[in-house]
Write a protein that binds this ligand. Structure first.
Ligand SMILES: [Zn+2]
Length: 399
């Protein structure tokens, strides 16, 4: 370092806040909201970083910081190589961020103090090529792509909703895509269920889906489940997966999946369609958000909820809804943006309008409420038949 630079550094150090690694560890683990920024180069970051850190190389800091945190009152911790971090902290303060401090000693001091570091999954050359357009997006990058490759997503149904979801999720590099469907391809499916072709008519949908997805992305671990979901197999089927994408077309399965996901705390990205209308939401199935039963404690009578086979559906509609589901899955995995948690998105294709409604967890919900009555799987066929409600929830069907 030149004498002039050393002098500048000393001056800047005197003007910005710093914390020890012990103080940083305390702030990062006491539940307060802290944005942790690693300003080293990407190659250094890939070798290891403080858990929770986001990487913005020093040269891009001013350009990219607002994409990571725009709230000027947010609490920011910065670390990097000695000599660059006090200057980075000064520049962030100069941009109006009110609470900025740098971590003295950076990653070396952190590791030296015995705290754990994280390391991203290294992408192979083939993965770097295949996902090149993802790597350019700051919110994805190698780190996000690694998360996608490590993710395990189960699609319930290889039909109208499952088809577009599965195609795009496999293309995006979701490492494991399970697809559950017990049916065989019927010619009337082909108007919308784009995983299957004319030559697949009469073949199991799970097999047809497997072949299409493997052709699209051979590295994707596609797991076909040619089965009906029942109380006997649901736990075993969903166990390996992180996220469940629901595109099923009947109420017993919806309630079954919901209850199983509440018991195992797995999020459901739920979609349904009816003629020109569709809806999407995320049931987190935990104390944070609602579950399906919070919205629909009881199933509607069968005549109030016709299936696609009974009511018809516009062929392009499940494409829109299935891709919104896939988008929400990718966002959940990346931890980016505002997912549809506690929000029901309703789509009207005729008006080309989207409306969002707030929904919330019902503390009296029979399965996810504070004092749940249902604590194990029940007979869902019996539960969904012969129910007579005076007030029918506006439920849509899928398929
Ligand atoms: Zn609930």
């Amino acid at each position: 370092m030149s004498t002039a630079f050393e002098a500048l550094l000393e001056e800047v150090k005197g003007a910005v806040d710093s914390v020890t690694v012990e103080e940083a560890h305390g702030r990062l683990n006491n539940g307060s909201k802290v944005v942790l920024i690693d300003v080293r180069e990407r190659e250094d970051f890939a070798e290891g970083y403080i858990p929770g850190a986001q990487n913005i190389p020093r040269g891009f800091l001013e350009l990219q910081i607002e994409g990571v945190v725009n709230d000027r009152s947010a609490s920011l911790l910065v670390y990097g190589h000695e000599g660059q971090t006090p200057l980075a902290a000064r520049d962030l303060s100069g941009m109006g961020y009110e609470s900025v401090a740098y971590i003295d000693g950076g990653l070396d001091a952190w590791v030296g103090a015995g705290y754990p570091s994280d390391r991203d999954r290294a992408l192979s050359k083939a993965e770097q090529f295949r996902y090149a357009r993802h790597l350019l997006v700051p919110e994805v990058g190698e780190r996000g792509q690694g998360k996608l490759l490590d993710a395990k997503v189960l699609l319930i149904g290889a039909g109208g909703l499952g088809s577009p979801s599965a195609f795009y999720l496999a293309a995006a590099g979701i490492g494991t895509v399970g697809i559950l469907d017990a049916d065989v391809v019927d010619v009337t499916n082909l108007q919308r269920q784009i995983l299957h072709g004319t030559s697949d008519v009469g073949r199991p949908k799970a097999v047809s889906a497997y072949e299409k997805l493997k052709d699209l992305n051979p590295a994707c671990n596609v797991i076909p489940h040619q089965a009906y979901m029942t109380s006997d197999n649901v736990m075993e089927i969903i166990e390996p997966y992180d996220i469940i994408v629901n595109g099923c077309d009947n109420f017993p399965t919806r309630y079954l999946i919901n209850d199983a996901c509440v018991f195992t705390r797995k999020p459901i990205v739920d979609g349904s369609i009816f003629r020109f209308d569709g809806q999407v939401t995320i049931f987190t199935c935990d104390s944070e958000g609602p579950c399906y039963r919070c919205l629909y404690p009881e199933p509607p009578p069968a005549e109030m909820a016709p299936s696609c086979a009974e009511a018809g559906v516009l062929g392009v509609l499940p494409g829109t809804i299935g891709l919104i589901q896939a988008t929400e899955v990718v966002k959940l995995i990346l931890g980016q943006g505002d997912p549809l948690i506690g929000k029901l998105l309703m789509y009207d294709a005729l008006q080309m309008s989207f409306k969002k409604f707030n929904i919330r967890r019902d503390v009296n919900c029979p399965v996810c409420g504070d004092n749940p009555e249902i604590t194990e799987l029940i007979d869902y066929i019996a539960f969904c038949s012969g129910v007579n409600l005076s007030e029918v929830p506006e439920e849509l069907t899928a398929g």
